[in-house]
Design a protein around this ligand. Structure first.
Ligand SMILES: NC(=O)c1ccc[n+]([C@@H]2O[C@H](COP(=O)([O-])OP(=O)(O)OC[C@H]3O[C@@H](n4cnc5c(N)ncnc54)[C@H](O)[C@@H]3O)[C@@H](O)[C@H]2O)c1
Ligand SMILES: N[C@H](C(=O)O)[C@H](O)COP(=O)(O)O
Length: 338
């Protein structure tokens, strides 16, 4: 069977991206399940391979990797030719930020045209992306715009816990205004639909409260009773297996022991703290709701480690593997085998 092509975006070339890509591509668990195509910068990738200490050869391609990739070869579509100054570890310039953007846009276009089966992203610096003239809070929002998707969900997934976010990259002070009936309902429904589609299981979903103790009958806020409870009830009416709002302080304990398949959370740190506590090494960030498949590492650019060779590539391996699994599910669905 010809393996699906997964576009792997380099992320910030001055962070740990190139190194973790090199480490991941040296893993048989990655090489045997897909044909990786790296989108990035040649000098940065050469440096990443050297730092990772891997015996890999870099080959530029103008289109795609061959149907039978050569062992030990990394296929690269060279999308930038950054200078030494642009590649200084931990110091991305505006040109570096613009390059990160171009890697992502190219991968999204390749996915949309069906040229590649999925994309897996290495970490970017959102600040550098913005300095490069691209005003997005992260990959998720950029990909939603590029694919014309109104209802999208950031999910971070590990074997013990999966969290899906109602609000993503927002100032905490804005969160209460952004937790609306429509947004909570849409997050529950997209999570239910895409988990059933790609992970072959109708999920049992728990929904967190926003306030301590679910607002304690209005003493600590009204959002839980007035917004979240009706949204969960409507999701259930539409056939979703959901429960909530449940107090966030205890909910993750039950979810991590297996009572729920996913937890819909109201804001970024509410969901990502427990997720990263359990799964920082091997978690995957997956964007649900898009017409394309996108996975990512669950960590950032780790500038403190860039260039040391100490970065852990397990999340990158997991992200590429999940993208390949999802691509295969989708291929089987498209030819009517599921
Ligand atoms: N998927 C993404 O693109 C993504 C995800 C998270 C953060 N970011 C961005 O990354 C930048 C830095 O963010 P941060 O400092 O909050 O988080 P970070 O994840 O980069 O670093 C937090 C800590 O985790 C460690 N760490 C991170 N990745 C590691 C790895 N692979 N192996 C071993 N240790 C690792 C770092 O050394 C650091 O001590 C920010 O610009 C942020 O927006 C990007
Ligand atoms: N919120 C994510 C995390 O903390 O891991 C991260 O910032 C990545 O976001 P994008 O996938 O939207 O870049």
């Amino acid at each position: 069977m010809v393996q699906p092509i997964i576009a792997i975006t380099m992320g910030d070339p001055t962070g740990v991206g190139p190194e973790i890509i090199a480490k991941a591509l040296a893993e048989p668990a990655v090489q045997t399940v897909c044909r990786p195509l790296v989108l990035g910068d040649r000098k940065a990738m050469e440096r990443g391979i050297a730092i990772a200490g891997q015996y890999l050869r870099l080959e530029n391609v103008t289109e795609l990797p061959p149907e039978t990739p050569k062992p030990g070869v990394v296929y690269l579509r060279e999308l930038s030719n950054l200078t030494e100054a642009d590649l200084a570890y931990g110091n991305p310039t505006a040109a570096t930020g613009d390059a990160m953007y171009r890697y992502i846009v190219t991968a999204a276009k390749l996915c949309l045209s069906g040229t590649v089966a999925a994309m897996a992203t290495a970490p970017i610096s959102k600040e550098a992306l913005n300095r490069g003239g691209h005003h997005y809070p992260g990959h998720t929002e950029l990909l939603a715009e590029l694919t014309g998707t109104a209802e999208f969900v950031m999910m971070l997934a590990g074997s013990r816990l999966r969290v899906a976010l109602v609000t993503i990259h927002e100032a905490l002070a804005e969160v209460p205004n952004l937790v609306t009936f429509e947004k909570v309902l849409a997050t529950i429904k997209v999570t239910d639909r895409d988990m059933a589609r790609y992970f072959k299981k109708r999920p049992r979903i728990a929904v967190t409260a926003l306030n301590p103790h679910c607002g304690e009958a209005g003493l600590f806020g009204s959002e839980d009773e007035q917004i979240i409870r009706p949204a969960v009830a409507e999701a259930c009416r539409q056939g979703v297996d959901a429960v909530g709002p449940l107090s966030a302080d205890t909910l993750f304990y039950y979810a991590a022991r297996g009572d729920y398949d996913a937890v819909v959370c109201m804001y970024h740190d509410q969901g990502l703290i427990p997720l990263k506590l359990l799964h920082f090494d091997d978690g995957v960030n997956v964007t649900l709701g898009l017409p394309i498949i996108r996975t990512s590492v669950d960590h950032g650019t780790a500038y403190d480690l860039a260039g040391t060779g100490l970065a852990n590539a397990a999340s990158m391996v997991a992200a590429i593997s999940m993208a390949a699994d999802m691509a295969k599910v989708r291929m089987r669905q498209e030819i009517g085998h599921e």
